[in-house]
Design a protein around this ligand. Structure first.
Ligand code: SF4
Length: 424
């Protein structure tokens, strides 16, 4: 069994391999040694992060963990841990192992997978959970092509504020879903909601009191049903393998725009009897979900950080609803013949605890859930654990092992990362 080498950053931000320490990882704050067999090559499109105020942790030849304080290359002490922000379709099985210095800054809203060096190439503790190439970097054409397609669409739909907003998302932020709309393929986003009925600790578009900087601006207007339908119809009429999704990173909770969604879906469905119309949501309003199913919604993806009520409550800080409503929304979609996914915001050492695994199984058994999307939770792990009141796990299953176990127990249950285009 071979161990990848520890990677660290020196005072100039150069990423170097440590001559004597092996790679370690972290699961909910518990450090673990890493074997090469647990790793895959760093996926193209991933980013490497230097973690400010965090000391790298490695494993010495005797298997002991060592907090690295001195740079072996020059004896300097300003070393930092490094991590990988994985490309889409990949789920981290261990996060970066580090020791936080006093007064270290909060880490921004990203996921921090463990990264090391094996056979002269960077490797990460991760698995690819979805084979679909939708957001693979090598599937995006040169930026110029995107700009040309985008500008053409924005001219054609110069009166449509939603298309203009999505043009900004695609060409400003590089949002993969908005880029696919501009390029005429796969899943197109339909954001509608400026407000939300929750205050997630790790919300990427709104942090009124939170410790984190937002990574996405929230949509600042409510599009009309005409604007929503026009964008959707353009996509269904022109795109390769099209589907459309309400509920994006640049908005609040779409269920708070129930009437707008109901009218939009009814009008789209009237012209596209078979197309996949999906809703990404926190699942807070099952009554509204029932109306949307009646209007022609195809599928729902309900996001949760945990299926343990107090952990969901601590993260989502829901206003006037609870995890039970989110589960009920899944039931409503299944009862209406729709497709239901769980967007499981995953952190090793939390999601793969035995009680979480049992709660996932109970949900699948009781709702007939179709798919689990294993998305990395983007958050500073130490703040997350503190807010959930969790200490490093005594016992954990392993993220990959959890997925394998669910595959065996529920053969019909699918695992992935993207919303499926449903068969006609
Ligand atoms: S449900 Fe979504 S929009 Fe609302 S606070 Fe949470 S992450 Fe933000």
């Amino acid at each position: 069994m071979s161990t990848p080498q520890l990677l660290y950053a020196d005072g100039q931000g150069n990423i170097l391999d440590h001559p004597g320490l092996g790679m370690a990882g972290s699961a909910g704050g518990r450090w673990e040694p890493v074997e090469e067999s647990q790793c895959i090559p760093l996926p193209p499109g991933s980013e490497l992060f230097l973690l400010p105020g965090r000391l790298p942790v490695g494993v010495d030849d005797s298997g002991q963990f060592e907090v690295m304080e001195i740079d072996p290359a020059n004896g300097a002490s300003n070393v930092s841990a490094v991590a990988a922000f994985l490309a889409p379709a990949h789920t981290a099985t261990l996060w970066s192992a580090f020791q936080t210095r006093p007064n270290a800054p909060v880490l921004p809203l990203f996921a921090y997978a463990a990264v090391g060096l094996a056979k002269e190439r960077m490797v990460v503790t991760a698995i690819r959970v979805d084979p679909l190439p939708r957001q693979d970097p090598d599937k995006f054409p040169p930026a110029q092509r995107l700009q040309e397609s985008g500008r053409r669409l924005l001219r054609k739909f110069r009166h449509n504020r939603l298309m203009q907003h999505l043009g900004h998302c695609a060409m400003g932020y590089g949002c993969p879903a908005a880029r696919n709309l501009m390029l005429g393929r796969w899943e197109a986003p339909l954001p509608t909601a400026g407000a939300c009925n929750a205050s997630c600790l790790g919300c990427i578009s709104s942090q009124p009191e939170g410790p984190f900087p937002v990574t996405q601006e929230r949509i600042a207007f409510t599009p009309s049903a005409d604007e929503v339908v026009e964008v959707a119809m353009h996509h269904f009429t022109n795109a390769l393998d099209p589907l459309v999704s309400f509920g994006q990173g640049c908005e609040g909770e779409p269920l708070t725009q129930g009437d707008l969604l109901e009218e939009s879906i009814r009008r789209i469905r009237a012209r596209v009897p078979q197309g996949t119309i999906n809703l990404n949501s926190n699942g807070s309003l099952p009554g509204v979900v029932a109306k949307l199913m009646d209007a022609g919604l195809s599928s729902i993806r309900v996001s949760v950080n945990s299926l343990i009520p107090e952990r969901h409550q601590a993260y989502y800080q829901p206003r006037g609803w609870s995890l039970a409503d989110a589960v009920e929304s899944i039931r409503v979609v299944k009862a209406a013949g729709g497709h239901a996914s769980l967007n499981l915001l995953t952190m090793p050492g939390v999601t793969d605890r035995p009680e979480e695994a049992e709660a996932i199984s109970t949900l699948v058994q009781h709702t007939g859930l179709d798919l689990i999307q294993w998305r990395n939770l983007n958050i500073d792990p130490e703040i997350y654990l503190r807010v959930l009141g969790l200490t490093p796990p005594q016992e954990r299953i392993g993220v990959a092992e959890l997925i394998d176990g669910l595959r065996r127990r529920f053969p019909k249950l699918k695992h992935g990362y993207y919303n499926p285009k449903l068969p006609a």
